[in-house]
Design a protein around this ligand. Structure first.
Ligand SMILES: [Cu+2]
Length: 498
């Protein structure tokens, strides 16, 4: 029996399709667990419950052991971690630790990581949005095999019942009495009906399970951003949930601020991607969001709107809008925009982008070519016109830089930061939980929400990096945004990923 189960399990695993892409599910994070600087990658399972792979790389050589445990980010259970798992240390690469964790639940989870080594203990928590990307289809062979077993067991049950009634009390060598044979037929008829009812009930149970699972898959798909233009330049955005449970649970009235704003709205002219706006609409009555658009050219725009719900789950609302030429203001405050060259032909890679005043941003690419699903630290450097490191970088919405990674076919949109692909609001919740929980110091990746008042602080280094991995091969455009001399500037890079 165990071998059959093993075969079934292997078949189930093999039947998982390689990937159907919805965004960028894996989580990349870089931060401090007490005295240890760690790079964390959480490879998310395709289905939930499923096994996530946690990869931890230590920047220094003094981490002896890594322990990991998943738990809810907020609400019941969020401060009651189970006994953590010890991650495996790589034999050939002692700074690299791997662990496989079962994620049992949908929604906002976190993975707590405890590092132990020469400098004592340290902990960090990585928020993880847990969702299933699809229902796994059953392959034909497994279907046939299970069908065969179903028939075999059902027919076997009926025949055995008949044989028991007919022959169990017949001495060896004698034929069963006719009355027993008749009774056996009746019992077999009853057994057939009972077996049919059980099979029918099981089929309904299976279907109900499959439907409720599919419902969970649909519930976590990106919700729709319905946008309308009013009075010539006012954009009003409504979140449209197609799933009733989503509508009941995720309330736009209750979304929490993420690096200083309730919503980060990105408008990208598609398919050219020659215009990109990063705006911050205000919430208005009824859970809608609205903002007066800046001056922008007419065209078809792709809408990506980032919000974080009250449980700490990050949602990207997705939509489209056809806009006429907008005669608005220049973007102000934390709002920013970029206009430039359209997407180049597929396969293009760029490593230098122009900024204002002859300055430029350089992508210090050490890896050629870029490969999908490989975690890396993408380093960027800002240089003045004369090549000297820029000395006037300041925090933009509390961080050294923001980047938006967009696949040329719009199948991927990721808003990332030097701390990684995690939502900053969710990260703050995870940190708060860590402080109230088992302890461990953590550095604060957000310097300050009051980016506009940060002018008095010392300038930021001219170099910064983003931990990230592209989710699938293809062409990507990366918008890297920094604040320099009081002005938000956007550098645009194109990347071809194998
Ligand atoms: Cu950002």
């Amino acid at each position: 029996m165990r071998t059959v189960l093993t075969i079934l399990l292997i078949l189930l695993l093999l039947s998982a399709p390689v990937c159907a892409h919805v965004g960028s599910p894996d989580v990349y994070y870089e931060g401090d667990a007490g005295p240890y600087h760690l790079f964390v990658t959480v490879r998310m399972p395709t289905v939930v419950p499923g096994v996530a792979q946690i990869e931890v790389r230590s920047a220094s050589g003094d981490v002896q052991s890594i322990q990991v445990v998943p738990l809810r980010l907020t609400g019941p259970g969020s401060n009651l971690p189970a006994i953590p798992d010890l991650a495996q240390r790589d034999m050939h690469d002692p700074e690299f630790f791997v662990s496989n964790l079962w994620l049992m639940e949908f929604g906002a989870l976190q993975v707590r990581i405890q590092a132990d080594g020469a400098k004592g203990k340290g902990a960090l928590a990585v928020p993880v949005p847990s969702f299933a990307r699809q229902s796994l289809p059953m392959n034909g062979f497994l279907r046939g095999l299970l069908g065969f077993f179903l028939l075999f067991l059902t027919v076997g049950l009926v025949l055995i019942m008949g044989a028991v009634v007919r022959e169990s009390s017949v001495p060896p060598g004698e034929t069963p009495q006719r009355s027993r044979a008749r009774r056996a037929k009746i019992v077999m008829a009853i057994a057939t009906v009972v077996a049919a009812v059980i099979v029918w009930g099981s089929r309904n149970w299976w279907r109900a399970e499959a439907t409720s699972y599919q419902h969970n898959v649909d519930r976590f798909k990106p919700p729709l951003a319905e946008t309308i233009l009013q009075n010539g330049n006012r954009l009003v955005l409504h979140a449209i949930g197609t799933d009733q449970q989503w509508v009941d649970q995720v309330k736009m009235e209750e979304v929490i601020p993420d690096h200083g704003h309730l919503m980060h709205l990105f408008l990208i002219r598609a398919p050219e991607m020659d215009n990109m706006w990063h705006l911050h609409p205000e919430r208005i009555a009824g859970g809608a969001f609205a903002e007066n658009l800046p001056a922008m050219p007419a065209g078809q725009y792709q809408v990506f709107a980032d919000v974080v719900d009250q449980t700490g789950y990050p949602w990207t609302l997705v939509g489209k809008i056809q806009l006429p030429q907008i005669n608005g203001q220049v973007p102000a405050g934390d709002d920013s925009g970029w206009s430039g060259a359209a997407l180049p032909h597929p396969g293009s890679d760029t490593a230098t982008a122009q900024l204002a005043d002859g300055a430029h941003m350089i992508w210090e690419r050490s890896i050629f070519p870029l490969r999908a699903n490989v975690a890396g630290s993408f380093k960027f450097r800002v240089e003045e016109k004369d090549g000297a490191p820029a000395h006037n970088l300041e925090p933009y919405m509390g961080m050294a830089a923001h980047a938006e990674v967009v696949a040329s076919d719009l199948s991927v949109f990721a808003h990332i930061h030097p701390a990684g692909s995690v939502s900053m609001a969710a990260l703050e919740l995870a940190q708060a939980g860590l402080k109230g929980g088992s302890g461990g110091e953590m550095s604060m990746p957000i310097m300050s929400h009051q980016s506009s008042t940060a002018k008095t602080s010392a300038p930021l280094p001219a170099e910064f990096s983003f931990p990230y991995g592209f989710p699938h091969p293809g062409d990507y455009r990366i918008f890297v945004q920094v604040k320099r001399g009081g002005r938000v500037e956007t550098a645009v890079f194109d990347a071809h990923v194998l």
